[in-house]
Design a binder for this molecule. Sequence first.
Ligand SMILES: [Zn+2]
Length: 227
Amino acid sequence: MYRKLSLFALAAAFLVAAFNFSPALAARYYEDQTDFTETSVPVTRYSWDQGTIEGCIYKEDGIDNSYYVWTKLAVQKWRQALREYTSNLEAWSFTARYVRSEAALVSCDVKFYIYDTYKDFPDYPAQSGAYTSVRFSEGESGLDARVYLSPFVLHGDGKTEIDLPTYAFRNSAVHEVGHVLGLGHMQSQKGYLMSPQFDYWEQDDQLPITTLELDALVGVYGDDGFD
Ligand SMILES: [Zn+2]
């Protein structure tokens, strides 16, 4: 009887410890790094110091609303992951709202363009898949960040045109927002969120934000995010 009781007490103690001291259990927006081929990800510290990064999303006529939603969710995913990882729910403010016209993007810190085909990209044919441009401008904000997305892109083979499956479009949106925050590409050609390629024939789901990317960002911005 005594023996049973003490085992029960032990089990109860373990449960309490598990719930109290494992914040990772509660993480919904990122995962622990499990592939250790890479130990770091290149990162540039952009001067997102205004406290809040305001993103705006413009989509061409005829683009389904879901692409707008997935782009907005990509921004939310980074914001929430950074907040969870640093246990700082006030910091890392990064929003994204819908705008009706390209002209309305002017005042936004990050300009998202969703085109119906890669052929509409301003840098086509040099760019035939999603890409991000961050330039240092002479204006007040100091940065000019633009993200170009499309559900219709050209495969890396340079020939095959592809209607991206949902998870692939969403993965590229999260990847591009990573660039906006300053992350560069991994050395591994594929397999990581910030790899230069995403093989959606092999990988049939989105790649997660992991502690690898979050470590890199916290390393340059600190726990207080964009303040
Ligand atoms: Zn990239």
